[in-house]
Design a protein around this ligand. Structure first.
Ligand code: AMP
Length: 458
């Protein structure tokens, strides 16, 4: 997954973008980058591997001249975790220099890439995002028309930003998989994956870009186009609300914290019969849901696990070995709170099951008498091809084990997932259609040609 941010029309655009990226850091921790457009017909870039605080440790953002900036934080979903894949990607094309920052995953990029390579294209990175630029570079006319023609040839998920020396373009795919928000700071236009980024720079939220919308900023002027065929059903990623976005953000028209609280409440209603003394969240992602669970059930909320903030998100590390090591450093049980207690453990999701297993073992060692696990989403049975870094099907525990096998594997006394209908009701609040639930239902809203090809090859 990735986070994107842009500022159009201030001399400190790069520094504000750096701030915005800080508030989007949870969306990607492998690389960070900012590209600016200044007076001369050139782009300036600083891109590196690591956290925003590492890549921009020496005041590099302040040194990037220009009144317009785009920024990106990344973790790899397609393409390895390497500097050549770090974004924004910068190119020299017939349209002049341009930079692109992309959140989401294309589902036909491999196929398009093969065709382009057969005609002589030379790719610099192994990201799907570069395909958009190659397609664009082959089109004539204004860059926005070239981008439209390019995006019409790709399928899947994109919320993206394109920067040229005189234009900033923001676009969201017709399904609206990933969020993209337009904000305003005085006369300055700001774009962010989540409102957490807007809040940090003091920008007010204007509105979410509509699915299929393209916004072009030139000087202080902003134009909006709807150049794509509308789709019959939108497909906002429900996992953004369940897990991915930051609780202080408002995305898809709904506050994330409130949505997660409602998910916890819904789970408490579905788990009414379970007896427990304390509700314990898996921090940080389970906290809002556990509050809702506690409110609804009347069972006291207890921070039975504390999180070390000095270890970065475990899951996000690309190899299993690194993940295992980091997970042990991250969460510590609080024995005084747990000893002799029947614990209702609340988490947002189970992917491989390895984190939950380790947590439950630690809870028992700290004295928990019973552990009942409640999960505020249905079992994840199928990979995401739209940008969430879920592993292949064979590593998804709910895809390969029965509920009873999973309960035993985790070492819990009982395990219950929120139902699909319960999740959509809680997140949607009267707007229960138009979500992508493919990881829970195997119902993919678009064709996924690249992955069908890849699976056939295996
Ligand atoms: P596990 O079941 O051990 O694979 O880990 C599940 C935990 O990882 C849950 O507590 C989630 O909060 C978190 N998680 C779920 N999906 C992701 C993801 N795509 N990236 C990072 N963390 C995730």
């Amino acid at each position: 997954m990735c986070g994107i941010f842009a500022v159009a029309g201030r001399p400190d655009a790069a520094e504000l973008t750096q701030l915005g990226l800080f508030a989007l850091q949870h969306r990607g921790q492998e690389s960070a980058g900012i590209v600016t457009a200044g007076k001369e017909a050139e782009l300036h870039a600083h891109i590196g591997m690591g956290l925003v605080s590492e890549v921009f440790a020496m005041g590099e953002a302040a040194a990037l001249e220009g009144r317009v900036a785009i920024g990106h934080v990344r973790y790899a979903t397609t393409g390895a975790s390497q500097l050549k894949n770090a974004q924004p990607l910068v190119f020299k094309t017939g349209h002049g220099p341009l930079a692109i920052a992309h959140n989401g995953n294309l589902t036909n990029a491999l196929q398009v890439k093969k065709k382009l390579e057969a005609r002589g294209a030379i790719f610099q990175s192994s990201t799907d995002s570069e395909v958009i630029v190659h397609l664009l570079a082959r089109q004539e006319g204004p860059v926005e028309d070239a981008l439209i023609a390019s995006l019409r040839q790709v399928s899947g998920a994109y919320s993206l930003l394109l920067l040229t020396p005189d234009k900033l373009i923001a676009a969201r795919d017709p399904y609206g998989f990933r969020p993209l928000i337009l904000g305003r700071l005085g006369a300055t236009h700001v774009f962010a994956s989540e409102t957490s980024g807007l809040n940090l720079v003091g920008a007010e939220t204007v509105r979410e870009l509509e699915p299929g919308e393209m916004v072009i900023v030139e000087g202080s002027k902003l134009r909006s186009l709807k150049p794509f065929e509308p789709v019959s059903q939108q497909a906002r990623c429900v996992f953004e609300q369940v897990y991915f976005a930051r609780p202080d953000s408002v995305i898809f028209g709904r506050g994330v914290q409130a949505a997660r609280r409602d998910l916890g409440r819904a789970l408490a209603r579905e788990m009414r019969g379970v007896k427990a003394d304390i509700v314990v969240p898996v921090p940080d992602s389970g906290v809002s849901a556990a509050l809702g669970f506690s409110e609804e059930s009347g069972i006291p909320f207890e921070m039975g696990l504390v999180r070390s903030h000095y270890v970065s998100r475990t899951f996000i590390k690309p190899t299993q070995e690194l993940r295992e090591k980091a997970a042990m450093l991250k969460l510590a049980p609080v024995p005084e709170a747990l000893r002799g207690k029947r614990v209702l453990l609340v988490d947002d999701s189970i992917v491989r099951g390895t984190t939950s297993k380790r947590i439950c073992r630690n809870l028992r060692e700290a004295g928990a008498r019973e552990i009942h696990m409640g999960v505020t989403s249905p079992p994840i049975v199928s990979p995401c091809y739209y940008g969430i870094d879920t592993p292949r099907g064979s590593e998804l525990i709910a895809n390969v084990k029965s509920p009873e096998e999973i309960r035993k594997f985790l070492g819990v006394d009982s395990l219950q997932h929120l139902s699909l209908a319960g999740m959509l009701r809680a997140v949607g609040k009267g707007d229960e259609s138009g979500w992508c639930t493919a990881c829970f239902t195997r119902r993919y809203p678009t064709p996924i040609p690249d992955y069908q090809v890849a699976e056939a090859v295996k």
